[in-house]
Write a protein that binds this ligand. Structure first.
Ligand SMILES: NC(=O)c1ccc[n+]([C@@H]2O[C@H](COP(=O)([O-])OP(=O)(O)OC[C@H]3O[C@@H](n4cnc5c(N)ncnc54)[C@H](OP(=O)(O)O)[C@@H]3O)[C@@H](O)[C@H]2O)c1
Length: 423
């Protein structure tokens, strides 16, 4: 067996297309169109208009940007998070805009499973991405997956369902796209380990005192990537890398013990695969999400892009170092949750979402994110994650428990001396 999805719908379709001898437009749905990945995905589509048609878009609350996207890409269906935002958009649209405006879970379901769509780009942020992504797989849509939380919460279910439905999951995360490309054509037994690179984020060289005093603006100041707020805070805490380890575990069906992390501040080497014969394959590129998005949208073809290309001569030096687990305990917590398995990764994810939100509201300090997530993990008795009901129960429980831990810790700071708040 090879890592390349040989029996995939995409390959079957490609064979059919080349047999027909014609170029075929790929119909797309985009979940999370107003976010950082969504905007980059639409830019890729803008550069390759002859190849793609956007049939549906889903956003959260940003009606202004969604309206501009409707004007440009003319989707048939759009969805927003609730009725009031849908009504606001409807008022702003001209009567000639021929688009159905939907809302809430039903709206996302429609965008994810719309008839005629070939591929769904899953780029909502956080756990909001899980159900629409599963619905897209159920509807036999291929997935360009940016929403790593889907894999962290329910990687086993996603992979089982995608095999059952003959759906291909194409990673958009730059590290997983890199691994996917390095693994192409190789058998699992040829692989010794996967090495995910991490930029180290804005706090790579920060002292513990600086970490304790860090404000959201400091943590949001990523040196190499411009991304949504949640993933940027996760990058600063290295929780993002931990979530990526769990994502890789499921995407590539490999034990957590064979997935390592290497800090690489320039974000040029996106990840590496070490093979049993001692060779290491790395994938390099400029840090621009349009590249892995384009790779996923066009897979299995490679096309010419007008995006900036890598100039190693200009870059000169690439550095690599061991991750500092003691300074960034979120990475260690993610490894622990991954090793425990079952519902523990879903609890890690939910506790982290609540803690990151509290940090962004300046209710807690930056180091408290790890303290709170660690505490919630110790309170959880993991059960198997083979059903969606178990996973959603664990997610609900973890959010409730995290809020309790937050409240009690803020009331009793002596029990949680690390909980300083940003002051
Ligand atoms: N950004 C990157 O470079 C990057 C790289 C690799 C992986 N990823 C992954 O891709 C996903 C998206 O990241 P991002 O940086 O694009 O995030 P983002 O900029 O925050 O955008 C998130 C998108 O999801 C929508 N959204 C957020 N919460 C929602 C909710 N509760 N219900 C419905 N819609 C909601 C937002 O809508 P509104 O803005 O309209 O409210 C927006 O369209 C994440 O899972 C992230 O880990 C991102």
């Amino acid at each position: 067996m090879s890592f390349i999805p040989q029996g995939s719908k995409i390959l079957r379709r490609l064979l059919k297309e080349s047999f027909n001898g014609g170029e075929r437009v790929k119909n797309l749905s985009l979940l999370g169109s107003t976010g950082s990945i969504g905007i980059n995905a639409l830019d890729v589509i803008r550069h390759h208009q002859a190849h793609f048609k956007v049939l549906a878009l889903a956003a959260g609350r940003n009606t202004d940007l969604l309206k501009l996207q409707i004007d440009e890409f003319r989707p048939k269906v759009v969805a927003l998070c609730d009725e009031s935002h849908a009504a606001k958009l409807q008022r702003a649209l001209s009567p000639s805009a021929n688009v159905a405006v939907l809302s809430g879970p039903e709206g996302y379901r429609e965008v994810a499973s719309l008839r005629g769509v070939d591929m769904v780009i899953s780029a909502l942020s956080g756990s909001a991405g899980l159900l629409p992504t599963l619905e897209a797989i159920d509807a036999c849509k291929d997935i360009a997956l940016a929403n790593k939380e889907t894999m962290v919460m329910a990687g086993n279910i996603v992979m089982d369902k995608s095999r059952e439905k003959g759906v291909t999951i194409l990673p958009v995360d730059s590290e997983h796209s890199a691994l996917f490309q390095c693994l192409a054509g190789h058998r699992p037994e040829e692989v010794k380990r996967l090495i995910l690179t991490a930029s180290g984020g804005p706090f790579l060289s920060a002292t513990r005192e600086a970490l304790a005093a860090a404000k959201p603006a400091d943590a949001l100041n990523h040196p190499n990537w411009t991304m949504g707020k949640k993933i940027t805070i996760d990058s600063a805490s290295m929780m993002n890398k931990g979530l990526e380890v769990i994502e890789a575990r499921w995407l590539f069906n490999i034990e957590v013990g064979r997935i390592d992390v290497l800090v690489h501040p320039q974000s040029i080497v996106h990840s590496l695969v070490e093979f049993v014969d001692g060779f290491v394959m790395a994938q390099l590129g400029v840090p621009d999400m349009r590249l892995p998005i384009s790779y996923a949208l066009f897979y299995p073809e490679r096309v010419e892009n007008a995006f900036p290309v890598l100039d190693l001569q200009k870059i000169g030096t690439l550095n690599f170092m061991e991750p500092q687990m003691d300074k960034f305990p979120c990475l260690e917590l993610a490894y622990k949750a991954a090793r425990t398995g079952g519902t523990m990764p879903a609890v890690l994810n939910a506790a982290n979402e609540v803690a990151v939100d509290a940090f962004l509201r300046e209710t807690i300090g930056f180091p408290d994110i790890a303290v709170i997530v660690g505490k919630v993990l110790t309170l959880h008795q993991a059960v198997d994650a083979s059903t969606l009901a178990h996973i959603l129960d664990a997610d609900r429980w973890a959010r409730m428990e995290t809020r309790k831990v937050l409240e009690s810790s803020l009331n009793r700071e002596q029990d949680y001396p690390q909980l300083t708040g940003p002051g």
